[in-house]
Design a protein around this ligand. Structure first.
Ligand SMILES: Cc1cc2nc3c(=O)[nH]c(=O)nc-3n(C[C@H](O)[C@H](O)[C@H](O)COP(=O)(O)OP(=O)(O)OC[C@H]3O[C@@H](n4cnc5c(N)ncnc54)[C@H](O)[C@@H]3O)c2cc1C
Ligand code: HEM
Length: 349
């Protein structure tokens, strides 16, 4: 609303693009906007009570529709580009391999059922997986494609979200871990997502934590195949090497590059550290650190473009560190594995 009133702020186009990709990945279509708009306005009325005068109602209605119109137009472009139909975004995909990456992380290889060709995609994009849960609910979640394009199948890599205290275990990640096996069929929408690898030859900094490694593997795989001369510094933070999903794949892909270095930060739980299981072997192109990630310890090649993926506090710290070291904000892209609460907030300098 502030943007519509001309208040100063960051450009709104990237925000619209992110939402439009997420919506398109979920099959959100123009016919749903009046329903969401009506209920949103009704909910605002319930919360605001008497403060929701007819003038306030009409102003928000107008703001909603200005934004909705812009989103519907952007979504139409995304649907066209990814070749999807908002009425029928889902296609059946068969699981051809199920690989345990770590005790908490499993990868699924997928191929289309029937004659549909494998869709093209860009490194960094994701698909939405929709599953029918045992209680009858249908739930959809995004998963980044964890392999470079051009290999004949798609792969997603899923961390199981555990129950913590009163919070239940994650619905879809648990379902995928516990009930989906080779031969099963999943409903999947075409790849979408706006945080994709910039073409060119500039050096890259790929910074991830935990399951945030998934889009980085796709980007590194793409570079290894098509641009092995591109300098890449990868940095990853995890509890220990054993819980670092796709660690050996990251190193194998890096070995195909002329100039690659992996910086790891492991922060083992005290009991694991005490037994020594956390140490593992330091790989040839790896620089091992301990504790929390320290951006100042990273080599920053001139003109580097940075891609970040991990928990929000992690990305906030890394981003602040990179800005402090002189990387301009437009050269730092990040993927959030949830709604993006930073959208619309001017980047901190
Ligand atoms: C662009 C994008 C890419 C992604 N890529 C990946 C990827 O490559 N790999 C990956 O593993 N994930 C990825 N994710 C995250 C993924 O989409 C899911 O969010 C994740 O798997 C959790 O989904 P879930 O259904 O298992 O958990 P949910 O059921 O959605 O639960 C999420 C959290 O909410 C809590 N919660 C749920 N209900 C309640 C309640 N009633 N009270 C209190 N707390 C509650 C749960 O305890 C849990 O901590 C990505 C997300 C996005 C947006
Ligand atoms: C003007 C109207 C709308 C606005 C401004 C809006 C905005 C947003 C935003 C900001 C997100 C989070 C994006 C991200 O950071 O990844 C989102 C996600 C989503 N939107 Fe909308 N939206 C609108 C209309 C709709 C409509 C009509 C639907 C149809 C049901 C819809 C369904 C969803 C769903 C399912 C998600 C994903 C939620 C999740 O998994 O966390 N939205 N939307």
């Amino acid at each position: 609303a502030g943007h519509l009133l001309g208040e100063p702020g960051p450009p709104v186009d990237p925000i619209l693009r992110r939402i439009a990709h997420r919506h398109a990945s979920l099959g959100v279509g123009p016919g749903q906007y009046p329903v969401v708009g009506a209920h949103l306005l009704a909910a605002m009325g319930e919360v605001l009570g008497d403060a929701m005068t007819p003038a306030v109602h009409d102003a928000w209605d107008e703001a909603y529709w200005l934004f909705a119109t812009a989103l519907i137009a952007e979504e139409a472009r995304v649907y066209q580009r990814i070749g999807a139909d908002p009425g029928h975004p889902w296609r059946p995909w068969r699981v051809t391999a199920r690989t345990v990456a770590t005790p908490e992380v499993v990868s699924f290889d997928l191929v289309p059922v029937g004659p549909d060709p494998l869709p093209g995609y860009l490194a960094g994009q994701y698909v939405t997986v929709a599953v029918d849960l045992p209680g009858g609910d249908r739930q959809a979640r995004q998963y980044s494609l964890s392999r470079a394009p051009g290999t004949g199948s798609l792969r997603i890599t899923v961390r199981r979200v555990p129950a913590v205290g009163d919070a239940p275990a994650g619905a879809v990640s648990s379902h995928l871990h516990e009930r989906v096996n080779v031969g099963d069929v999943l409903d999947i929408s075409p790849p979408a997502g706006d945080v994709t690898l910039a073409p060119g030859t500039t050096p890259l900094l790929l910074v991830s934590a935990g399951i945030g490694v998934t889009p980085m593997i796709a980007m590194l795989g793409h570079i290894a195949r098509l641009r092995p001369e591109r300098t890449v510094v990868a940095a990853h933070a995890d509890r220990c090497p054993q819980q670092h999903a796709l660690r050996s794949e990251l190193l194998d892909l890096g070995a195909l590059l002329r100039d690659f270095r992996l910086h790891t930060w492991y922060d083992p739980a005290p009991e694991a550290a005490a037994t020594g299981i956390a140490a593992g072997e330091v790989a040839a192109r790896e620089t091992r650190h301990h504790g929390l990630i320290d951006v100042d310890a990273l080599p920053l090649p001139d003109g580097a473009r940075a891609y970040l993926c991990g928990p929000l506090p992690f990305m906030r710290d890394v981003r602040a560190g990179l800005l402090a070291r002189g990387i301009p904000p437009e050269h730092i892209r990040y993927e959030v594995f949830g709604p993006d609460p930073w959208a619309g907030i001017p980047p901190a300098r």
